[in-house]
Design a binder for this molecule. Structure first.
Ligand SMILES: Cc1cc2nc3c(=O)[nH]c(=O)nc-3n(C[C@H](O)[C@H](O)[C@H](O)COP(=O)(O)OP(=O)(O)OC[C@H]3O[C@@H](n4cnc5c(N)ncnc54)[C@H](O)[C@@H]3O)c2cc1C
Length: 464
């Protein structure tokens, strides 16, 4: 058998893993049969928050988490660090799914979740470089400005005011982030920039302190009612929770539940104060712009840019390999895009380049649920908005497991089931055509100065 990776390999996963304090050696692998009240597969934010809130609600509950690698190995340790109120389904889509009040309740719950994460990290003494500076989405063309206005109009229709989402003129947007060609933008205060690996590793320590049995280096081979099966032994439990997100297709029976789509990132060297004086981002708001192919960034606590975007290909059969974390062409494009946004960065060094798989359900709507008959539960399909959403998922799963009917268990994503993805090669064709369409739409809009219909087409394919 291959030796499990250790500290050195895990440090190389991302800038965040490279700079997180403490050891990254896997700890406490499972070494035999166990019984528990709740067994969880996966120690990303979903698994960890679920364990955390269960223990807070009922300290004598026996909670076991089995993680194939180390806590925070997956997307949770590698992401853009936007702890935001973004939810992958729009208000209009949630309205169609569960009605207007349900849509509003979902978005309000997300806003409260950002503050709940802030409160939990403060209570547990987790120094994840928390800075609640909001998010600025820049509009750098007339078409993007139109999109900004449409976003505001939708928010207003559902009763969200300027205190939630505000349209910025050119001066106001530039004062926050002095990017090239800014015409305006959208600002929301509901986001904190964090160091994601510090949150994941700190949370893992916290759940251990609260008495959760967290077994790293313990791959789950099968999930079934009453049992989490691993090569080292089976954990028998009334409730068994799947918290494996982008890796879910690797589990038996889950091949078409979500697709793993890679998001890639770079980090620059720490930049001098003179650069930051020209760039702005003083309160560390997270930032992006309103193009179709998503880009996202933050100013890190140690004065770097951490900057990412989609665009890496989906791999046939939903396959996941370490080699897919690094696509030189996509990393080079990210570097170019960052320098286009902030030309003052022309000569900066990129010190880290990495990536990881996130999970996308067929209808692009995250969900959480528990089947009371089988005791099987799940949460995931967050697309690129899981940092805060996993906390809401963890609190909701805790309520569901403890049999409580709460405002959280009535939210519209609870019990929602996305259709499954198509079989291959249709899945491969659809996912990669979608990625191509997004970048085609951006190029077309730059060329014509008019909104691209290609993006609408893709939206319709997804049922947006
Ligand atoms: C590059 C990148 C940037 C992103 N940026 C942002 C952002 O800025 N803001 C935001 O909100 N979201 C962002 N996301 C998405 C966000 O990171 C995820 O939605 C979120 O972290 C999902 O958490 P999770 O615990 O469900 O999944 P993961 O963190 O992926 O955790 C799943 C865990 O399950 C383990 N596992 C898998 N299979 C098994 C098995 N068979 N047995 C045992 N363990 C198993 C994995 O090793 C992993 O640790 C980003 C994602 C990526 C990849």
């Amino acid at each position: 058998m291959d030796a499990m990776p250790g500290e050195l390999a895990y440090r190389k996963l991302s800038f965040w893993h490279d700079t997180v304090p403490g050891s990254l050696e896997p700890r406490d692998p499972l070494d035999g049969e166990r019984s528990a009240d709740v067994a969880i597969a996966g120690a990303g934010f979903t698994g960890l928050w679920t364990a955390y809130y269960l223990k807070k609600a009922q300290p004598d509950l026996r909670v076991v988490v089995c993680e194939r690698e180390i806590a925070g190995f997956g997307a949770s340790g590698r992401n853009g660090g936007w702890c935001s109120a973004l939810f992958p389904a729009s208000l209009s889509k949630l309205d169609r799914m569960g009605g207007r009040d349900a849509a509003i309740a979902m978005y309000r719950a997300m806003q409260q979740t950002v503050d709940e994460v802030g409160a939990a990290v403060a209570a547990e003494g987790i120094d994840c470089h928390w800075a609640k500076g909001g998010t600025v989405q820049l509009a750098r063309s007339a078409v993007q400005l139109e999109r900004a206005r449409a976003e505001i109009a939708e928010a207003r229709e559902f009763g969200f005011g300027p205190e939630d989402l505000d349209l910025l003129d050119q001066d106001a947007a530039t004062a926050i982030a002095a990017a090239d060609g800014v015409l305006g933008g959208v600002y929301t205060p509901h986001c904190a920039a964090i160091h994601p690996s510090r949150l994941a590793r700190g949370l893992a320590e916290a759940v251990r302190r609260h008495g959760v049995a967290l077994h790293e280096a313990t791959p789950v081979t099968r999930i079934e009612p009453g049992a989490l099966v691993t090569a080292a032994g089976t954990v028998r439990a009334r409730h068994v929770i799947r918290a494996t997100e982008g890796y879910t297709p690797q589990l038996p029976g889950e091949h078409r539940t979500v697709i793993p789509v890679y998001s890639l990132m770079i980090a620059t060297e720490p930049l001098p104060d003179a650069v930051w004086e020209r760039v702005g981002l003083a309160a560390r708001p997270t930032f992006g712009d309103l193009r179709h192919m998503i880009i996202y960034g933050q100013r890190t606590a140690d004065g770097r840019f951490a900057f990412g975007g989609r665009g890496a290909p989906y791999h046939l059969g939903s396959s996941i390999r370490p080699a897919y974390d690094r696509v030189p062409a996509v990393h080079a494009a990210l570097r170019r895009t960052l320098a286009e946004l902030f030309p003052v960065l022309a000569d900066f060094k990129v010190t880290h380049a990495w990536g990881g798989p996130l999970g996308i359900p067929r209808d692009w709507c995250a969900s959480v649920g528990l089947d009371p008959a089988t005791g099987l539960g799940w949460a995931g399909g967050y697309v690129g908005d899981g940092v805060a959403t996993t906390n809401l998922a963890g609190r909701t799963l805790a309520d569901l497991i403890l049999g409580q009917d709460t405002s959280l268990t009535r939210l519209p994503w609870v019990g929602h089931r996305s259709p499954r993805w198509e079989t291959e090669p249709l899945r491969w064709l659809g996912a990669n055509a979608g990625l191509q369409l997004m970048s085609f739409a951006d190029r077309q809009e730059t060329r014509t100065g008019r909104p691209s219909r290609a993006a609408d087409l893709f939206g319709r394919f997804l049922g947006h």
